[in-house]
Ligand binder design. Structure first.
Ligand code: PLP
Length: 403
């Protein structure tokens, strides 16, 4: 494509497209972050974030990427030499493991095949063996963005409780929050880690931690050096609507608007929309005769679908064909699955027609790239979505029929 026209289709699983409403909300003069006006904005977003995490606990917002918020979770709760249990769900779980190791944490990493979420029974078995209660934290990635598998955090909490183990539960909600059902309080999560550029539909630049009382208590006695990431340094000025250093003011305007949008739609509806779109994407993949990377239906991600390329076909070459011809970015395969999978993001600012546009681009790309497939995947997705939306649409159709 010499001159890409129309709007670029950003169908990677984050950063996700930023809605016009959010862009407009951020298009503001920079304000004094020590003013009363700023304090009102900050209090508004801090309270709003609690609603999205489904918690009464304080939420901390760092000017950072998600990786920074990972680090904050570690340095505020753990001490060098501590033992933790993590699960190899994919690339991001592996990166978080590597980070913990660099901080001197001893990680028991439950091996995984990157094709399913964390197994609550395996976590339960490990904790049951830990008679001396040496494991200080269980750390899992809720939605593994590299594979399109989601872990059942509620079941993991139940497994921990069954053993009566006192470990902290720390969860990476970076690509799930605001898209997939997530309940910080109900699931008694101690630290939920998130960021701005996925379900919040913002540009990158904010890292978040929701912090339970138990995690905050751990932060009072743990031995890890920290300064920038220190929760207490942040929570003290936050109580009055201020930050200990210059916050990302204009991103916070965007965050206020994004939270408003999520609450206007209603979290239940947001979660149902993501489930519906994901199921439609899988209907297309299955019709094409291709394979979804996630093999466990209970763990299918509502946020993205990772698709395995047939042997002998390179996923990155295919993504290039789609980008060059149809102005659409698909997610690449990361580390172990590089070149083997492509990922379709269907999160945030995404609806039925956005998804169908994306699937159309994939189907045309498969033809152009000469990847063997059965035509008609988009029709399969359309059929699925028509069935799912009939009930809602019928009153409107009646009116149109009458006219
Ligand atoms: N964890 C998950 C599940 C992710 O998807 C990502 C990024 O995509 C990260 C962590 C790292 O976040 P960031 O790139 O914002 O540092």
């Amino acid at each position: 494509m010499t001159h890409p026209t129309g709007r670029h289709f950003l169908q990677i699983p984050g950063p996700s497209p930023v809605p016009d409403r959010v862009l407009r909300a951020m298009d503001m003069p920079v304000i004094d972050h020590r003013s009363a006006g700023f304090a009102e904005l900050a209090r508004n977003v801090l309270e709003g974030c609690q609603k999205i995490f489904q918690t009464q606990a304080p939420v901390v917002i760092f000017p950072s990427s998600g990786t920074g918020a990972w680090e904050a979770a570690i340095v505020n709760t753990l001490s060098p030499g501590d033992k933790v249990l993590m699960v190899e769900t994919g690339h991001f779980a592996t990166l978080w493991r590597n980070m913990a190791a660099r901080w001197g944490i001893e990680v028991d990493f439950l091996a995984g095949d990157w094709r399913r979420g964390a197994d609550p029974a395996a976590i339960e078995a490990k904790l049951a063996q830990d008679a001396s209660r040496a494991i200080k934290a269980v750390m899992v990635v809720h939605n593994e963005t590299s594979t399109g598998s989601i872990s059942r955090v509620g079941e993991i909490r139940a497994a921990i409780d069954r053993v009566g183990h006192p470990a902290l539960l720390m969860v990476d909600t970076i690509s799930s929050l605001g898209s997939a059902d997530y309940r910080h309080d109900e699931w008694k999560v101690d630290v939920s880690v998130s960021c701005s550029q996925k379900g919040f539909m913002l540009p990158p630049g904010l890292g978040l931690n929701a912090v339970s009382e138990k995690a905050r208590a751990a932060s009072k006695t743990n031995k890890m050096p920290r300064s920038y990431w220190d929760w207490e340094e942040m929570l003290k000025p936050n109580a009055k609507g201020f930050f200990p250093y210059t916050p990302a003011t204009n991103l916070l305007y965007g965050l206020r608007e994004a939270i408003k949008m999520l609450l206007e739609e209603g979290l239940e509806n947001v979660f149902a929309r993501h489930q519906r779109l994901a199921a439609a994407a899988r209907a297309a993949v299955s019709h094409w005769g291709l394979e979804v990377l996630c093999q466990e239906p209970k763990d299918f991600s509502p946020v993205l679908t990772a698709v395995l390329m047939p042997p002998g076909h390179d996923a990155d070459q295919f993504r290039k064909v789609v980008l060059d011809n149809f102005n659409m970015s698909l997610g690449s395969g990361l580390s172990k699955v590089a070149g083997k999978v492509f990922r379709i993001g269907h999160l945030g600012e995404c609806n039925e027609l956005t998804l169908l546009g994306a699937l159309t681009g994939v189907e045309m790309g498969l033809s152009v790239a000469g990847v063997p497939h059965r035509k008609g995947g988009v029709d399969a997705a359309m059929e699925f979505l028509e069935q799912r939306t009939q009930g809602n649409a019928s009153p409107h159709l009646k009116v149109v029929g009458h006219l």
